[in-house]
Design a protein around this ligand. Structure first.
Ligand code: NAD
Ligand code: GLY
Length: 337
């Protein structure tokens, strides 16, 4: 098992390894002592992993109850958020108890925000079961739900107290959901690490090592700029376009797919304004295609632009774009769009 320590306002460990779900309860018991757990999962993940996780908590002496919601981005809304909060209150979850997010980024964002709000904040444990959640959303404390007007518009920073990433759970992912995680891995390569970028082109052999590398890179950004006013914004490479693409497609295009398309758009914009050579966009496109990711969509430029208007990354007339200069180096530019 690998351990990455994250230094934010709350410091915590990210444990990465195999067969970790069945010992999640034990790890929580030794870290948090006497407490109860509320496990939040979507119905797809609950069917496969909930029993293992619940048993692991019960066997470790942590009484557990669960909240299960319909899988999909459509559930990342204020209604499900408040259903989680009501369920926590009905079950008398207390301030020393823990909320456990078992699932992908949607579950992590929902349970994350619920744990930030419930009784003004209780401990959160992230058990990511998608590659995307493992390398990105379970670490760093961003939590949110979508509003009618756009993605992630209501949220809070609330760091988890522990992240346990059992990479065995990736075995049950669909090819598409696995690829969505690869979009974020490629993002880290484009941002910081040419070697990691090259690895994504040749087929991943050691997934634990890849998750560890990404979590270390994310941990550095979070330690440097936890609240996202400076260098952490680099992690939004492709996201300015992606959030609009997701919204304008009615969430038919998944987050990871939209990030892939967004990274191509960002590199094309970067070439257009002379920050990089146009061959860079080709290189990024080719890595994404090798990982079965889309590199374009049917939405028109005007549609995507109008969807960006409500994005958080907008500042007055300008939008902060993350633009690749070369593989391993990106810059932030405010551009009138
Ligand atoms: P997701 O949580 O919807 O999971 C995708 C699908 O995979 C779902 O249908 C889910 O039921 C299924 N699934 C999950 N784990 C599984 C498993 N092990 N086996 C079989 N099926 C499984 O989506 P995602 O791609 O994990 O995350 C996308 C979300 O994360 C978006 O809402 C995005 O905005 C958010 N996000 C947040 C951050 C952050 O920092 N908070 C960062 C990146 C993305
Ligand atoms: N996913 C971008 C961030 O955590 O900042």
């Amino acid at each position: 098992m690998k351990t990455v320590h994250i230094k934010a306002s709350t410091e915590y460990d990210v444990l990465i390894g195999r067969n970790l779900l069945s010992s999640a309860g034990e790890k929580c018991a030794s870290l948090f002592g006497k407490c109860r757990a509320m496990i939040v999962a979507d119905d797809t993940v609950a069917e496969i992993y909930l029993e293992t996780v619940r048993n692991s908590f019960e066997n470790a002496g942590i009484p557990a109850f669960d909240f299960v919601f319909p899988a999909g981005e459509e559930s990342k809304n204020k209604d499900i958020l408040f259903e989680i909060l009501e369920a926590a209150a009905e079950n008398e979850l207390g301030r020393n108890d823990i909320m456990v997010a078992l699932g992908g980024g949607v579950t992590g964002d929902l349970a994350g925000l619920a744990s930030a709000l419930y009784q003004r904040g209780i401990k959160l444990v992230q058990l990511p079961t998608t590659l995307l959640a493992a390398v990105d959303s379970s670490v760093g404390g961003k939590t949110a739900v979508d509003l009618e007007n756009g993605k992630n518009l209501a949220g809070a920073f609330h760091q988890p107290s522990l992240v346990i990433c059992d990479v065995d759970t990736f075995a049950t992912l669909s090819e598409k959901v696995f690829s969505c995680g690869m979009a974020e891995v490629i993002k880290y390569g484009v941002l910081f690490d040419r070697e990691l970028f090259e690895e994504t082109k040749n087929g991943i052999t050691d997934i634990e090592k890849i998750v560890e590398k990404c979590v270390v890179l994310k941990g550095k950004c979070v330690a440097e700029d936890e609240f996202d006013f400076g260098s952490r914004r680099l992690l939004n490479l492709g996201h300015t376009f992606a959030h609009s693409i997701e919204k304008m497609s009615g969430y038919e295009i998944a987050h990871g797919e939209a990030v892939a398309i967004g990274m191509v758009m960002a590199s094309e914009l970067s070439a257009e304004i002379g920050i990089c050579d146009s061959s860079l966009a080709d290189e990024i496109r080719s890595a994404l295609i090798k990982n079965n990711l889309p590199v374009s969509c049917e939405l028109g430029f005007e549609e995507i632009r109008s969807g960006m208007i409500s994005d958080k990354k907008r500042n007055g007339e300008e939008i902060a774009f993350i633009l690749p200069e070369s593989i391993g180096k990106c810059v932030i530019r405010n551009i009138k769009f």
